[in-house]
Design a protein around this ligand. Structure first.
Ligand code: ZN
Length: 208
C-alpha cells in the first residue's frame, strides 16, 4: 500500500461517515448483547423447545423495508412466523425461477405443513405505491399482480387449497396508523382487519 493510500484510508476512517457507520454497528451489537443477557434468559424454555424443531402458524411474505416488523405488528413470538422478505414482497412465478421465495413456499407448505400464507404489502412502498388508496382492483395493477402471484401458489398447492388446508391472505399494512386492510375474495374488496368481520381470505373459500 502506498503512503498516499494509507493517508486516504486514515482520512476515511475518521470521516463522519465512518464514525456514523461505527455508531450504527455498535448500536446493533449492543442490542444483541441486551437480547443475549437480558431477554433470552427470560424465554429460555421457549428457545430450548425451538432448538430442534419449528411449527410456524403461518408463512409471512413481506417487503424488505426496515419499517415493517412482522413479529411486532402481529405480536408473534419466535417460531410463530415463517418469514420471507424481498423488495416489494414479490413472489416470482413458480417454476419460472426457483428462487428463494418459491423454495420457501414449497418448504413452508409441504415440509412444515403451514396452512396460511400472508402476503403483506405496506404504505409508502417504493414498489407498491399504488396500494395506498385501494378503491378497486382495476385501479390497482400492483395488487392485481400480487393476487396473480397468489394464483401461482394456488396452482402449486391446489390440492391443499381444494380440501381447505391452505389459505392465502393479501394484506396492506399502513405504517403511519398501524392499520391493516385485508383482501376479501368473496366481496372482491379490501376490508379493515379490525376484528369486526370474519377474517378476510384472498382466495375463494373451498367449495364442495
Ligand atoms: Zn416496500
Amino acid at each position: 500500500m502506498s503512503d498516499k493510500d494509507k493517508q486516504s484510508l486514515a482520512a476515511s476512517a475518521q470521516s463522519p461517515e465512518a464514525e456514523s457507520a461505527d455508531a450504527a454497528l455498535r448500536q446493533i451489537v449492543d442490542g444483541f448483547l441486551r437480547f443475549h443477557h437480558d431477554v433470552f434468559p427470560q424465554q429460555e424454555e421457549l428457545f430450548k423447545k425451538l432448538a430442534t424443531a419449528q411449527a410456524p402458524k403461518a408463512m409471512f411474505i413481506t417487503c424488505a423495508d426496515s419499517r415493517i416488523v412482522p413479529e411486532l405488528i402481529t405480536q408473534s413470538s419466535p417460531g410463530d412466523l415463517f418469514v420471507t422478505r424481498n423488495v416489494g414482497n414479490v413472489v416470482p412465478p413458480y417454476g419460472q425461477m426457483n428462487g428463494g421465495v418459491s423454495t420457501a413456499i414449497e418448504y413452508a407448505v409441504l415440509a412444515l405443513g403451514v396452512q396460511h400464507i400472508i402476503i403483506c404489502g405496506h404504505s409508502d412502498c417504493g414498489a407498491m405505491r399504488a396500494v395506498l388508496n385501494p378503491d378497486s382492483l382495476e385501479k390497482m395493477p400492483t395488487v392485481k399482480a400480487w393476487l396473480r402471484h397468489a394464483e401461482v401458489a394456488k396452482t402449486m398447492v391446489a390440492s391443499r387449497m381444494a380440501n381447505g388446508h391452505l389459505f392465502i391472505h393479501g394484506w396492506v399494512y399502513n405504517i403511519e396508523t398501524s392499520e391493516i386492510k385485508a383482501y376479501d375474495a368473496d366481496q372482491g374488496r379490501f376490508l379493515p382487519l379490525d376484528g369486526s368481520h370474519p377474517i378476510p381470505v384472498a382466495t375463494p373459500k373451498a367449495r364442495f
